[in-house]
Design a binder for this molecule. Structure first.
Ligand code: MTE
Ligand code: MO
Length: 198
């Protein structure tokens, strides 16, 4: 498991500029925490610029090859949480069977209540990009994204959509919920790509 170069608090190799380390796990989102009465009715859809759109049930996702990733997360509001262990499915594994079309360049992640975020396809397909169902050995709690959330540790944490319901592949880069409200289209914490009005 990879935990980065150093372990000390505030290490500049480990903690991006103007971030502080927290040992708590803050809960942050717009809207409501969803409640699922019957998880067998839940699904995750993959659509857009793919040869074969797909619809996964909860059970189907649990039966795909599972991976574990150790990483740090950085919220644009200033907190960083080090040494998280996520378990789930690599995004690359998830979309294997869909056949991405050549003009697929970006993704829109669709979460509950119409919440969205966007990122380039290379970032979505990185080895470290996960569709996670567990954090530090425990299933995700409802507040942190149960049943499945995205985790893109190399981008600010707002890109890591909780309660993910669909992944859409597009040719152009469409701003999501926060991006329409001035957050950066990419969000590299090391370059402090926080807001577009800076
Ligand atoms: N569906 C959804 N996912 C979301 C958000 C949201 O508002 N809705 N907020 C993002 C933001 S700004 C952050 S910092 C992280 C917070 O995740 P956490 O509550 O598990 O710490 O979720 C991200 N994913
Ligand atoms: Mo955030």
């Amino acid at each position: 498991m990879y935990f980065g170069k150093a372990r000390s608090k505030g290490d500049p190799d480990r903690v991006p500029p103007n971030q502080h380390v927290t040992t708590t796990f803050p809960v942050l989102h717009a809207g409501n925490v969803p409640y699922y009465e019957d998880i067998s009715k839940w699904d995750l859809q993959i659509f857009g610029l793919v040869k074969q759109p797909k619809q996964f049930t909860y059970e189907e996702l649990k039966s795909l090859p599972q991976s574990e990733q150790g990483n740090d997360i950085h919220c644009v509001t200033g907190w960083s949480k080090l040494d998280n262990v996520w378990k789930g499915i690599r995004m690359g594994e998830l979309v294997k069977a869909c056949g991405l079309l050549e003009n697929a360049k970006y993704c829109i992640l669709h979460a509950e209540e119409g919440w969205t975020t966007n990122l380039p396809i290379e970032d979505f397909l990185k080895e470290t990009s996960l569709l996670a169902h567990s954090h530090n050995g425990e299933p995700l709690t409802p507040e942190h994204g149960y049943p499945f959330r995205a985790v893109f540790p190399h981008l600010y944490f707002w890109k890591s959509a909780k309660w993910l319901r669909a992944i859409q592949f597009t040719e152009h880069n469409h701003p999501g919920f926060w991006e329409k409200n001035g957050y950066h289209m990419y969000g590299d914490p090391w370059k402090e790509e926080r807001f577009t009005w800076d």
